[in-house]
Write a protein that binds this ligand. Sequence first.
Ligand code: ANZ
Length: 833
Amino acid sequence: AEPLSAHAIQDKWQQYWAQNDTFRAGGDEDERPRKYILGMFPYPSGDLHMGHAINYLYPDIVARYWRHRGQNVLNPIGWDSFGLPAENAAIKRGADPREWTYKNIEQHKAGFRGYGMSYDWTRVLHTSDPEYYRWNQWLFLKLYERGLAYRKKSAVNWCPNDQTVLANEQVVEGRCERCGAEVVKKKLTQWYFKITDYADRLLDDLDALEGHWPHKVLQMQRNWIGRSHGADVDFRIEGRDEPVTVFSTRPDTLHGATFFVVAPDADLAAELAAGSSAEVRMRFQDYLEKTQKESDIERQSTDRPKTGVFLERYAINPVNGERLPIWAADYVLADYGHGAVMAVPAHDQRDLDFARAFDLPVKIVVDTTVAGGANEGGDLAELDPATTGTALVGNGVMTGSGDLDGLEKADAIARTIERMEQAGTGRAAKNYRLRDWLISRQRFWGTPIPMLHLQDETVVPVPEDRLPVKLPSVEGLDLKPKGSSPLGAAAEWVRTIDPATGEPALRDPDTMDTFVDSSWYFLRFLSPNSDQFAFDPAEAKRWAPVDGYFGGIEHAILHLLYSRFITKVFFDMGLIDFQEPFSNLVNQGMVLMDGSKMSKSKGNLVELSDLLAQYGADSLRLALAFAGPVEDDKEWNGVSLSGAHKFLARVLRVGDETSSPVGADAATGDVTLRRITHRLLADAPGLVEQTKFNVLVARLMELVNGIRKTIDTGAGAGDPAVREAAETVAMMIETIAPHTGEELWARLGHEPSVSAVPWPDADPALLVDDTVTTAVQVNGKVRATLDVPADISDADLEAAARADEKVQRALEGKEIVRVIVRAPKIVNFAVKG
Ligand code: ANZ
């Protein structure tokens, strides 16, 4: 039976922290260096669970650590509280999404307090508060002013289940990232943010993050932006005045182009078909309708038979004047490059598949069998793509290409571009996979788009001083998804007056993608209550960028890319002096149940409140920190809560037994124990800064064992080294098990709070491992020498001597009558025979 239960201890310290605002970040007058530590803010769905417990633990450890290191730490929390789950829950119950949202937020807050998080509770934000989302609207207007927010009609990704559009980033393998429904295309006029203007910067600036962000995340961002280098090549089309441009990464292969392909859904295809025979027009129309039902994924799939319609029109190859038949085929996408390609079947697999399906010529122009080539040493005749079905891709030397012959691929590309630029028939070009960010959503629970539609169909911004455009009450509104925004039916809300002209106007009925909310929230924490700015630039100068950002790999693209984009926009506006929002990024692993992710839908969620009730916060925190490397997934079955519980009880017992007075001079204490203490003081900063929390826990266990040993079998509980070690444990364990840390500190006779105690420097003299040379004698004669620690015990020294080979030889066949040990200097075996 414990004198004071984990729960009583926990309550006591949580109350203390709340009353004293212990973790409030220092203000302007605070001269200490600053650290901004942040966990990706939660979505307030349901209760906190094991996933939250691990995700938010890590940044808390780091924040607590930096406080000991003399830093002014900001570690805030807020809620990403707009979005579909609240709306769907409201629809189910015929309720207001606000109720569900704010009820859950209150539960989360209580959960985090109960879990002992060291947040600055004066800076809490909720993105669904008008005080927050007015700044989303302000951001929208700033982007609009800079030409970075625009409206366009195009085929967008439509989730038929959620009845709303999706950004490209929200379509995963052709399905809605949220609900898994197959995404279809729909033509709509929508608002976009022009992230493509920032494509080069978003890509190039990743290099400087190498070593600070997980490499995998950087790679995912690079691939998402997907910059290709190549050329735009102009092709004359018979019967058309204007040339048509195509993008190619392989302009060197122009001599091998044998046909030309247009995306059926590109305007050019319809135009070319319109100038063709009635039969072609019909076949084309038919094909176009089929294409429009397909997803981009299907269209680009390589194992699907190629289809297409010959348009009976011809393009002229600019390098040799050859006539290239023009086809409409769905493997060419309308919104990539220029929506048309020069097809080089010998060297492009998709073109080859098409050529073989429709019996089009295949002409090799790169010999890849040469030394250094992709098929080095092969026989070009045997490798003919027309018969093998495999295109010759990669390096080689030009052939059948006039005076390019003999040039390496790279040189041939450069030469071709140079010539086209001189002739005015082409130019160097870059292309990106990245598309503009579609931000309109046809849902209620989000930030209203602050634009007005006038009667003459012009669209004008709501003036800044009229913000926020608040969401109307849900009363009388049907939130059920029906393909258009529920806000459109809020008649009184939609109908308004343009303040500039006094003319009647309609509000834009759509709301913003909630990724807008999270693209800048880390700046809002710096001046969360300001009604003057979204964030105070002076505060941003002091605190930002975020020094340590913690979150899941699922945000590798969307959230991080959008945040990086908006940060660069703020930089260009002169509001901040940095271009990357997160200096260091850590992706933590997931907690798994029998190998699979814990989730509501699988019904295997372990709720935080249950565990807190059973074991208390510190046992859970310690067990999770000990469960393995931060980046690894952790099996819940492998997390030992009872082990952690026992260890923490052991820690407190050490505090209770320590009997030397506060301020006792440790220098007179047991050196072995002091060595363990000081080695940990020296090593722990590296362990925390490299997020090796599991190793830190193991080392703390070692130190507590050392204390136990000194108390039980050494100098005893009154040895000042015991106090020194116990105080070190209190300070360090506070980062992981904060209630226990505070309690131990108090039991050691100190005033709270241990969280503000500075990290002592390790004594360098205690870090060198002193060794001495021992002489091992047999009947007084030196038979061997041993290098041993200066503080070795007699028993250990005798054992070491007996284990030595030379000593064993000297003792062979003899009877040992007496052993004299004087650690660490001498061992003498007295022998007979
Ligand atoms: C001729 C060529 C020859 C090509 C060759 C490749 C190899 P990335 O790297 O993804 O940018 N392309 C261009 N626009 C396209 C579109 N709208 N839909 C489908 N394919 C398109 O790919 C660029 C290459 O993809 C371009 O280079 C073009 O084919 C094709 F041996 O041009 B290439």
